[in-house]
Design a protein around this ligand. Structure first.
Ligand SMILES: NC(=O)c1ccc[n+]([C@@H]2O[C@H](COP(=O)([O-])OP(=O)(O)OC[C@H]3O[C@@H](n4cnc5c(N)ncnc54)[C@H](OP(=O)(O)O)[C@@H]3O)[C@@H](O)[C@H]2O)c1
Length: 316
């Protein structure tokens, strides 16, 4: 039996519950591909699941791997898979919150891996699926956008914001980015028309001037944001509580300011849009790469915040 190293946890908790184990290398089904993982990216969802905040979707069965999007090299191909060869450099995602990619090898459904562009690193490719798809989904939810549309992105220079700002740039919209002092130059480079440093100014003290508010910080909330939204503005919420999903649908029938839930699911359609943007120069900023052996430090670092773009763990 072939053995590999993996990062798992056997109970919910802080980074203290993460541990390295040796376990059998996965075997693949006919529609799967075995990938030797070179890098996986860290997403806030990883620690929300690990802390037991998403049990409705993640379940409570242990041990659990962590991590959702990854990049690596094709090692084995299932009998019904076409279009890939052993040795191809790929990136992809596990869609099911019960799975995780924090191991030397991962078995993935072939519809959720794509060839890595040659001009980006494994770390950059591993950073595309989760936040990239979320950004394209948010853009879709915004509907028709013109140069007159005034958009506020709160928390604009993390992973999600980095993609969303650059995708919005192509629309010509008037985008205000809210970030910390270290993110100001990045927000401007990625296309923000104006930037608010949240360490110096409270965005909620502004006038009701926005057609769309996207809260990526998870700290503002719809009720607070209403005061800076125009009368028929949209509030995009990518971190809804389960109850908000049906509730917002009902409440929106009676209010002119709408609460819109953003839930994304990676697919080839979204990835094609993102790969096109990467070909056109979309910048994927990797703030820090940690070696596999330092995965705990990687998660502690990412959870603390204060970084631009993405934090990635490199495997081998
Ligand atoms: N629904 C979906 O499908 C989906 C998909 C992907 C992500 N998400 C969610 O979307 C959110 C953003 O994801 P992400 O990957 O971009 O996370 P991230 O990289 O941690 O970015 C969050 C950003 O918020 C900023 N921030 C923190 N406090 C703030 C404040 N008081 N005011 C303004 N900005 C503040 C942070 O800046 P500093 O670190 O400099 O403080 C950081 O840049 C997360 O909650 C994530 O779980 C949802």
């Amino acid at each position: 039996m072939h053995i590999m190293k993996a990062i798992v946890y056997k109970e919910f908790g802080t980074t203290d519950v993460l541990q390295t184990v040796e376990e059998p290398k996965p075997t693949i089904k006919a529609d799967q591909v075995l990938v030797k993982v070179k890098a996986f990216s860290i997403n806030p969802m990883d620690w929300k699941i690990r802390k037991g905040e998403m049990t409705l979707m993640s379940g409570s069965k242990f041990p659990k791997h962590t991590g959702t999007d990854f990049a690596g090299i094709v090692e084995e191909i299932g009998s019904s898979v076409s279009g890939l060869e052993i040795g191809d450099e790929v990136f992809g995602v596990v869609k099911n919150m019960k799975d995780g990619v924090s191991a030397e090898y991962v078995a993935v459904t072939s519809s959720l891996i794509w060839k890595k562009p040659v001009n980006i690193s494994f770390a950059q490719a591993a950073s595309i699926p989760v936040v990239g798809t979320a950004a394209v989904t948010a853009l879709e939810k915004m509907g028709d956008i013109s140069a007159q549309t005034s958009i506020l992105i709160n928390g604009a220079t993390g992973g999600f914001g980095m993609f969303l700002l650059q995708l919005l740039k192509q629309t010509g919209a008037n985008v205000t980015a809210v970030t910390s002092s270290r993110g100001v130059a990045y927000a401007k480079k990625w296309g923000a028309t104006s930037v608010i440093d949240y360490t110096k100014e409270n965005v909620l003290s502004r006038q009701a001037g926005y057609d769309i508010v996207v809260d990526l910080s998870g700290k503002t909330g719809y009720e607070n944001a209403k005061k800076i939204m125009k009368s028929s503005a949209l509030f995009l919420n990518p971190t809804p509580k389960p109850i908000q999903i049906p509730l917002s649908f009902i409440k929106n029938l009676f209010t002119s300011k709408k609460h819109i839930v953003v839930l994304s699911s990676p697919s080839t359609k979204y990835t094609d849009t993102l790969l096109e943007a990467v070909r056109n120069g979309l910048d994927i900023e990797i703030h820090k790469v940690f070696p596999f052996a330092q995965y705990k430090e990687a998660y502690q670092y990412a959870e603390q915040g204060g970084y631009i773009g993405k934090v990635v763990v490199e495997v081998n």
